[in-house]
Design a protein around this ligand. Structure first.
Ligand code: FPP
Length: 249
């Protein structure tokens, strides 16, 4: 225990001296496998995944990271058994009920990315309550991507751009990267500097495809419910060793 704490403190001291990612995105993967390995139902993995979110927030308290975006439910996750989908749809409400005091105490603002109208009413209400209560906070922005798919996000933006062109409000010649971004769910947010995916899978799974063009990718061979503050600090340390050139030399 002592050595664990010391390693965490050492790692933290190390990364504090380096360049900090402004925006971290996380694909929280491996809840089901974690549960299976413990001989538990998949839902137990998602419950343990909630604790990992809190460890991550705890770790970020000590750092100057401005945005944390967590992939909580993809547009493809509706294909899961109804009982699991229902369970996952209750988690935002549980999170807001349990963590609102913590969010307020730590100046954290809650946001959501994705097609909110496709969520059950109780999920929409819980999320809206959390967003409203934390709207005035100015520290970390914690964003849950729920009912989110990057291709759907881009298509939706293209449709809106098309409509505005058709109505004569926009000239197609004026569309560039900056103006197009204002039609994405992430409007106003900086692109992620660092994307972390747990569970050992080496893919992006339709997460923030437009926004990660120049993000550094970090794949961890651990399951999300096992994710610790030390893992967060090590991923940031790894990020600090990368050379970001954005196509230059
Ligand atoms: C991926 O693991 C995880 C998910 C699809 C859900 C992640 C959600 C949480 C951790 C909680 C979300 C909380 C809030 C507040 C919105 P998996 O089930 O695909 O794992 P597997 O690949 O091992 O089966």
């Amino acid at each position: 225990m002592f050595f664990g704490r010391k390693r965490k403190a050492d790692e933290l001291a190390q990364i504090k001296g380096g360049s900090m990612p402004v925006h971290i995105g996380i694909i929280m993967d491996g809840n089901g496998r974690w549960a299976q390995r413990q001989g538990l139902p998949r839902m137990a993995g998602h419950r343990a995944g909630m604790d990992a979110i809190n460890r991550c927030l705890e770790g970020l308290k000590n750092l100057d990271v401005k945005y944390l975006t967590l992939f909580a439910f993809s547009t493809e996750n509706w294909r899961r058994p109804k009982a699991e989908v229902d369970y996952l749809m209750n988690l935002p409400g549980q999170f807001v009920a349990r963590e609102l005091d913590n969010l307020m105490a730590n100046n954290i603002r809650l946001r959501i990315l994705g097609d909110v109208r496709g969520l059950p009413a109780h999920t929409q209400e819980a999320v809206a309550e959390g967003i409203k209560a934390t709207a005035g906070n100015s520290g970390l922005t914690l964003t849950f991507a729920i009912n989110y798919g990057a291709r759907e996000e881009i298509i939706r933006a293209a449709r809106q751009v098309g409509l505005e062109c058709k109505r004569g409000l926009l000239d197609p010649g004026d569309i560039d990267g900056t103006s197009f971004e204002s039609y994405l769910y992430t409007r106003g947010m900086p692109d992620p500097d660092l994307i972390i995916r747990t569970s050992g899978e080496l893919r992006i799974s339709n997460f923030l495809l437009w926004q990660i063009a120049y993000s550094e990718l970090c794949f961890l061979d651990i399951l999300w419910p096992d994710f610790s503050e030390l893992d967060l600090y090590r991923a940031i340390a790894d990020f600090q060793h990368r050379q970001r050139r954005y196509g230059g030399i």
